[in-house]
Design a protein around this ligand. Structure first.
Ligand code: B12
Ligand code: SF4
Length: 471
């Protein structure tokens, strides 16, 4: 039987960390120079920000079936290799990049290549995907992908593959990098130790896609993976867990076991980490350089309005200071515009960032993602600006547009209060100050802050255009 060739595709988002560009850029009048500058910056952002490979496609390509050859094409860095023959294309569909994903599916289908769609959007909205694909995979595809490949070989590809039970992560599954172009990335050491999230923040759909129960890989298997990955790539590790300190006992044991490997790593955690000295010590000694911490709002009322209860306001500041004092840089992720926020929030945010020394602040606008509880609630309250049915309108962008009406601040006041704040927070002078006082990784902190001077500047222009349209 002839070998079957499978192309696994990750889509580039229009904007955001995939390289900020103006929204609706075709309609905006710009000089040649500013267009060239923005294109160059966009390229730098794409490469310098989290230029990591998609773990989803690394996992799929590691499910080896004799007779099937799989290659990953990451459209953030690669061109579609259409000069070669492909029997099947698998596209990972993220919710904010549905339009380009469906367009690509149509195009590949027109070239005679069969298309299977999977990923977060397919899992949450399979009914909207069916007409765009030859086959759908609904849910976490770690195991079922083997069946898809076997069916491809046998010529019996089904229209739909549904994963009814979440895969048991304690079963050993090796992740290989053989389908990747390692040089394209900032690092290829991406590891996930747990899946699922016990919390229910209403703006997030991780608990919708991956469930509320935290599923663990065995510590031995994670340690072995780190050891194997180091053979091919000695660069920094990125632990992709949404909350790497969710299970404190597990995390402490894992990172204590990783100390002898001398790696450096980054990840995502909650503020609660700041109150756990032993866990902080294990993180620090195992090489943790920076953590993204979802602080969201500084007011309990706002966080609680969005079902986020695990981040009490009175403890936030001490927690952030403790994490930084342990030598770990903090990327503080905030959301302005939550229900409960007032026009006083920008001043509080600025004061908090100054007082705690957050190394890289990320001040986001609430993005109602279709499939989240907040999306449904805002739709039922008539507060979504685009038509809720039009999911393309909820594309990924970088604080560049308001997609809903804030609860207690009129939009015409809200937008300037946000843009005035980002103008004060993201300056070259503040970037230099944050880099100098960072506990470590000074040049990375400088780079992120400088990129944000550009990205938030771009976002301000887009938001002001939206504001102009409201007048
Ligand atoms: C690491 C990460 C990134 C990385 C890498 C991108 C990536 N997706 O790999 C970076 C930093 C670049 C990034 C960027 C962004 N991200 Co991000 N990211 C994550 C994070 C933390 C982990 C992703 C991951 O590797 N998960 C583990 C893998 C194994 O799970 P998975 O991707 O879901 O894949 C499984 C299934 O979905 C399925 N599957 C997936 N693809 C395919 C394809 C086929 C063919 C098949 C059959 C099956 C299949 O099988 C896989 C194995 O079980 C997730 C949160 C999360 N827990 O998933 C957010 C998340 C994916 N990101 C999100 C967002 C919003 C963004 C940005 C828009 C941020 C911004 N403002 O710019 C950009 C968009 C970039 C893009 N082009 O999509 C949202 C997406 C919401 C949604 N429903 O789509 C998430 C869910 C976070 C959240 N809390 O809501 N992100
Ligand atoms: S935002 Fe983080 S803590 Fe909240 S539900 Fe999502 S993954 Fe869990």
């Amino acid at each position: 039987m002839a070998e079957k060739k499978v192309l696994l595709i990750f889509i580039q988002a229009d904007s955001g960390v995939d390289g900020a560009s103006h929204l609706d850029s075709a309609r905006v009048k710009r000089t040649l120079l500013s267009t060239m500058k923005d294109a160059a910056m966009s390229n730098i952002i794409r490469r310098a920000q989290f230029a990591i490979p998609p773990l989803s496609l690394m996992i799929l390509s590691s499910r080896k079936v004799p007779g099937v050859n799989q290659v990953i094409c990451d459209l953030r860095f690669d061109k579609l290799p259409l000069h070669k023959h492909w029997d099947l294309a698998g596209i990972s569909v993220q919710t904010g990049a549905v339009k380009p994903a469906f367009e690509l599916a149509r195009f590949l289908h027109s070239k005679g290549i069969r298309v299977v769609l999977g990923g977060p959007y397919v899992t949450v909205f399979p009914d909207r995907c069916r007409e765009h694909a030859d086959a759908l995979v609904i849910g976490e595809a770690d195991d079922i992908w083997t069946e898809v490949q076997q069916d491809l070989l046998a010529g019996t590809l089904k229209k739909e593959y549904r994963v009814d039970n979440y895969p048991d992560l304690s079963i050993e599954r090796q992740v290989s990098k053989s389908a990747l172009d390692i040089k394209s990335y900032f690092t290829t050491n991406v590891v996930q130790t747990t899946r699922g999230c016990p919390y229910s923040c209403d703006f997030c759909n991780v608990h919708v896609m991956n469930g509320h129960r935290l599923r663990h890989r065995s510590i031995g298997s994670v340690v072995k993976e780190v050891e194997n990955f180091l053979k091919e790539d000695k660069r920094i590790f990125f632990f992709l867990d949404d909350t790497i300190n969710s299970d404190e006992t597990y995390a402490e044991k894992l990172f204590t076991e990783l100390i002898p490997y001398g790696i450096s790593w980054v990840g995502q955690a909650t503020t609660a980490l700041g109150e756990k000295p032993k866990l902080l010590e294990a993180f620090s000694r195992s090489g943790c350089g920076a953590l993204l911490i979802g602080i969201e709002s500084l007011a309990d009322g706002s966080n609680h309005a969005h079902q986020k209860f695990h981040n009490p306001a009175v403890r936030q500041s001490a927690c952030i200071r403790n994490i930084r004092e342990a030598g770990i840089c903090v990327y503080g992720s905030f959301i302005y515009g939550l229900d409960g926020d007032s026009l006083e929030m920008p001043a509080l945010l600025e004061e908090f960032i100054e007082e705690t020394g957050v190394d890289v602040p990320g001040i986001n606008l609430l993005r109602p993602i279709p499939g989240t509880a907040v999306f449904d609630r805002l739709a039922s309250e008539g507060r979504l600006i685009p038509d809720p049915y039009d999911h393309d309108a909820f594309r990924f962008s970088w604080a560049q547009e308001m997609l809903y009406i804030p609860k207690s601040v009129p939009l015409k006041q809200f937008i300037p209060s946000y843009t005035d704040m980002t103008k004060r927070v993201f300056t070259v002078q503040n970037a230099l100050k944050r880099a100098m006082r960072a506990p470590q990784l000074h040049s990375a902190v400088l780079m992120f802050n400088l990129l944000y001077v550009h990205m938030y500047g771009m976002a301000r222009k887009d938001l002001h255009r939206q504001l102009g349209g409201l007048a």
